[in-house]
Ligand binder design. Structure first.
Ligand SMILES: *Cc1c(COP(=O)(O)O)cnc(C)c1O
Length: 394
């Protein structure tokens, strides 16, 4: 053990010295936007629960009702005996929600991306991946054994040049629809056009678009009205949907291939039927959350309007619920986040390796459940904290 211990201790102290050490804050939810930490009430701008559904009474009741009606656990993988009627009903609803021919429910978005990328592409194929894609996409591309080309962030022209020079018979383009740390969006229409020109699949990870964007919150692809058998849509259910889980919606041929071959699907126990039942309710709640989506947009506009006061720090332009305030240095970012926390406000410090070195930030996430007063308190606190901040260190 001692050589291992020495190594782990040395790694841990280097990690700490670089300002990379994370601490998990133990939270007790008080409402959709407030948590108790060490007995103190904190308003959080830290969650991806963009519509406040995680604390919605109907959703909470749906989990309880689902467990009473269908049981607490599924008992087996989908291909053995774990595919309950309620899972089947959910997949039908997910396909309808996404406006796609078929859907497959998955345990979470991380696993869904591994399933997609390892099942749709393999040795001899080529995957084109945006350089800021989520870690689960990065890991999926690595596991796939396909050749991987990163293209410059959201740069359709650069992607086109790469596609043109590719000699792979099977090409796959993969992108976050909304980038999780920057809050900006992919040029999906251009990417689809390129996929069509170059006979590629287009995998769209809509973890942060679903619920927030599009008619009835049905996500980025529906927002743009894109229809193509080349689109493979991945939506997650742990963010706006307020639960946990994910799904893949696509052409039937693709969904059937995943059912047959995706190892994360075949060799894993099906999710609780109670969760599947609740997810059907979550989809209904998302569709009817027009007021929450409108409030979210108003909060975003208000924050944007107040942001010049926080110079030299820069609030990235966003059309989503993710509003990153770029600080730069790790230590400075943590210091500002701590000062906010002292004032009862929580906007997490996001540091490398989650974001590129030198671009540490406060990742402010808004929810339709935030009140106007929550937003004003955040604005006032940021102005006060930043006013007192030293010149930013690199
Ligand atoms: C959160 C996230 C995932 C992972 O989804 P989980 O359901 O949390 O595992 C995948 N992709 C993106 C872009 C995400 O933000």
């Amino acid at each position: 053990m001692s050589a291992w211990r020495d190594r782990f201790l040395a790694d841990a102290s280097a990690w700490r010295a670089a300002g990379l050490e994370r601490t998990r804050r133990v939270v007790r939810p008080v409402s959709a936007t407030a948590v108790e930490i060490d007995g103190k009430l904190i308003t959080a701008f830290a969650s991806n629960d963009y519509l406040g559904l995680s604390q919605h009474p109907r959703l909470i009741e749906a989990i309880a009702e689902g467990a009473r009606r269908f049981g607490a656990g599924s008992g087996a993988s989908h291909l053995v005996s774990g595919h309950h009627a309620v899972h089947d009903a959910l997949e039908h609803e997910l396909a309808r929600f996404a406006g796609m021919p078929a859907a497959l429910a998955c345990m979470n978005g991380y696993v869904a991306n591994l399933a997609l990328l390892t099942t749709l592409a393999g040795e001899g194929d080529e995957i084109f991946s945006d350089q800021l894609n989520h870690a689960s996409i990065v890991d999926g591309t690595r596991l796939s054994r396909a050749a991987v080309k990163l293209y410059p962030h959201a740069d359709a022209d650069a992607l086109e040049a790469q596609l043109k020079s590719s000699r792979a018979a099977h090409k796959l383009v993969v992108t976050d629809a909304v980038f999780s740390m920057d809050g900006d969006v992919a040029p999906l229409r251009e990417l689809l056009w390129l996929a069509e020109r170059h006979d590629a699949l287009l995998v769209v990870d809509d973890a942060h678009g679903l619920g927030v964007w599009g008619p009835e919150g049905r996500g980025s692809v529906r927002a743009l009205g894109l229809d193509s058998e080349r689109i493979v849509y991945m939506g997650t259910l742990g963010k706006s949907a307020g639960l946990s889980g994910a799904f893949i919606a696509a052409d039937r041929l693709i969904i059937e291939r995943l059912i047959q071959r995706a190892r994360t699907y075949v060799f894993s126990t099906a999710a609780s039927p109670a969760l599947a039942h609740a997810t059907i309710t979550a989809l209904e709640l998302i569709r009817s959350a027009q007021a929450e989506r409108a409030r979210l947009a108003a909060h975003r506009d208000r924050l944007q309007e107040a942001s010049p006061a926080w110079r030299p720090y820069r609030l990235l332009p966003s059309s989503t619920a993710i509003m990153p305030l770029i600080i730069g240095g790790n230590t400075e970012t943590v210091r500002i986040a701590e000062a906010l926390l002292q004032m009862g406000l929580w906007a997490p410090a996001i540091r490398p390796p989650t974001v590129p070195a030198g671009s540490a930030r406060l990742r402010i996430t808004l929810s339709g459940a935030h009140s106007d007063d929550d937003i004003e308190r955040l604005i006032a606190a940021l102005s006060q904290v930043i006013d007192r901040a030293a010149v930013p260190q690199a």
